[in-house]
Design a protein around this ligand. Structure first.
Ligand code: ARG
Length: 410
């Protein structure tokens, strides 16, 4: 360690070891510049002299949280026809505000799956350049989908010729769209395999891309070293997406036993947003959500929660994905208590939002756990979330890459 290195020592009553699946008591973590150099119990870790000491007492340290399904450029108040009044510059400004809210809630990494005009790429670059505060971002640009599908824009009549920026039909149009998204900065590919709740005129259960199309999309993305996230509610779309080799399936509402078996065989991750249904059903009408979408949500919400339990019991690899943007950014952690209510242990819910997400992103060497050599993305929660998951809704300290973003005094 060089003489100029900045060393910070964090101490707390507890530290979540997400790789070992246990809670370390009387924890000490040593951070040098942007990296963790030691983590363990007060007995194991030697505290270096001249370090800045942050003694957190009755707090639980854990890796920076990771949300694999957000839309930072969207606001929870702009649903349905209101969305048409949101310009691209306005969406980008929304993103600046929402990136900060997300980071302050403890999420140091997000995967942004669908944004207009590559506003997500601009946001990521501004965050990486330290122009604005926000989480580390993995971004998709516009999501791919079929003409008239969930990832198209179907609100206006024909004469407006309003088409979603990621609409592509047929294997070669799809491959070209993947290549275009990569050209403009995407680091993950998102597509819609089935209809959705919030889109006009789509059936949640109905498959949209064919298996042939999905295979072309996944092959093209994987050739270029990108992972693929697919929106899928209906069973046949979920299965063909898994067959095509997608890395993660999002929502996964209408699951059956065969789909679970296929995902286990292929190692496919599921990202199941088990909180958002509460916001849609309670606040959706005020927020402009169409009546047809509310009706669809009433159908899928409860089934998704039952299937979440089945997926947990079967041992599916699950990540934390919230769909924040549909509901207010910064409220992401509300999903933790629901993940436990619907079948996870508290440790599994935290693993989903840390090491599992890091592994899905292929970033497990630098993110996802508080281990020597990894980037110092660390948060602290007051009390013991293993006993009460709603404590996750109050992250007291946030450190990103060794820098304190939020401290207990704030
Ligand atoms: N963006 C998703 C869609 O429109 C939201 C689905 C939310 N509902 C749920 N139960 N997860 O399809």
């Amino acid at each position: 360690s060089s003489a100029l290195a900045k060393t910070t020592v964090l101490t707390a009553d507890r530290l979540v070891d997400v790789e070992g699946g246990n809670l370390v008591k009387n924890a000490v973590v040593i951070v040098e510049d942007d990296k963790i150099i030691a983590a363990g119990t007060a007995k194991e870790v030697v505290i270096p002299p001249n370090a800045e000491l942050i003694a957190l007492g009755d707090h639980t340290l854990m890796p920076g949280l990771m949300d694999m399904h957000v839309h930072l450029t969207s606001n929870a108040t702009d649903h349905g026809y209101r969305s048409l009044a949101v310009s691209l510059p306005r969406a980008t400004i929304n993103g600046v505000k929402n990136a900060q809210l997300t980071l302050m809630a403890g999420f140091t990494t997000v995967r942004n799956v669908g944004a207009p005009g590559f506003a997500d790429v601009a946001l990521r670059d501004a965050i990486n350049n330290n122009d604005i505060a926000g989480p580390r971002m993995f971004v998709s640009g516009p999501a791919l989908g079929v003409t008239g599908g969930h990832c198209d824009n179907n609100l206006l009549p024909y004469e407006f010729h309003d088409t979603g920026e990621g609409v592509a039909d047929g294997p070669w149009e799809i491959r070209k769209m993947v290549r275009r998204n990569i050209k403009y900065g995407a680091t993950v590919i998102k597509f819609c395999a089935t209809g959705g709740v919030l889109s006009k005129g789509t059936k949640v259960g109905a498959q949209q891309y064919s298996l042939e199309e999905m295979k072309a999309l996944v092959e093209e993305a994987h050739l270029r070293g990108l992972t693929v996230a697919t929106h899928a509610h209906g069973t046949s779309g979920i299965k063909d997406a898994i067959r095509a080799g997608v890395d993660s399936v999002e929502h996964v509402s209408l699951l059956d036993d065969e789909a679970i078996k296929m995902a286990l065989d292929k190692g496919t991750y599921f990202s199941m947003d088990v909180y958002v249904t509460e916001y849609i059903l309670n606040e959706g009408e005020k927020a402009g959500i169409l009546e047809e979408s509310l009706a669809k949500e009433r159908l899928v919400g409860s089934q998704q929660r039952e299937n979440f339990r089945k997926a947990v019991d079967a041992g599916i690899k699950l990540v934390f994905g919230s769909d924040a943007g549909v509901y207010p950014h910064g409220d992401n952690p509300k999903q933790f208590a629901r993940m436990v209510k619907f079948g996870m242990t508290p440790m599994q819910a935290i693993q989903a939002a840390t090491i599992n997400s890091a592994t899905l992103l292929k970033q497990q060497d630098s993110l996802g756990s508080v281990k020597p050599g990894k980037l110092a993305d660390i948060v602290a929660v007051k009390g013991n979330p293993m006993e009460d998951m709603s404590l996750m809704e109050n992250v007291g300290m946030v450190m990103k890459k060794g820098r304190i973003i939020k401290s207990l005094a704030m």
